[in-house]
Design a protein around this ligand. Sequence first.
Ligand SMILES: C[S@@+](CC[C@H](N)C(=O)[O-])C[C@H]1O[C@@H](n2cnc3c(N)ncnc32)[C@H](O)[C@@H]1O
Length: 228
Amino acid sequence: MCRSSLISTDRNFAISPFQFFYKLIMTDRKTHWDSIHANKLNTEVSWYQAEPKRSIELIFEFSTPDSRVIDVGGGQSFLVDGLLDLGYRNLTVLDVAQSAVDATRSRLGERADLVRWIVADVTQVAHLDPVEVWHDRAVFHFLTEEADRRNYVNLLKRSLLPGGHAIIGTFAIGGPLRCSGLEIRQYDALTLSAELGEQFRLTDSFEEDHQTPTGKTQRFFFAIFSRM
Ligand SMILES: C[S@@+](CC[C@H](N)C(=O)[O-])C[C@H]1O[C@@H](n2cnc3c(N)ncnc32)[C@H](O)[C@@H]1O
């Protein structure tokens, strides 16, 4: 399809060039991640963890099994398995890739029915039910466009209950510059706090190394914010 036929001149359907390219980025994001999850083994991707121990410990520290917890960009992570094992029953997993959600649901079998699944781009979600814990390992750092980061933070503000906690893991300063063929942004306590703004108080932060399945070391930064 040629570009001129996509940017309609019909007044009812006309979109601006900005909207046109933004839509392209959004479509690309979904296609990209769907294809990654559909074509690579869960155990082959660089972010694979057989047991996401650190995330489980942090979520457990800031919640109880009754708490409402969302894993943003959960992909095929084993986090949901670990939390179900601990008795968590108010879990939501959100991911842009249908293929990731399908794979995780099928791995969980009947236990998948205990989880709420949302296939969506986190930067495009208008509403989520309120949560006590928001967990994101390796999603926020892909948001290289300011508008996407603003949408993400606004959704976080709307969804995280006062006193609730956001646990966000990104690549650290000095860590990888790309992941899955995409550019990322690296963070530390100062820069991630600045992105989230005044309604979030930094409770704790640390860096840790992740070993990829091919033996590379990736420096991650984790921060825990309390919603004011
Ligand atoms: C690097 S992987 C991390 C997966 C998982 N959090 C983990 O630690 O194993 C990034 C995940 O976020 C999803 N993702 C990327 N951009 C997203 C977006 N804008 N909205 C929702 N999910 C997204 C991808 O499909 C993928 O599953």
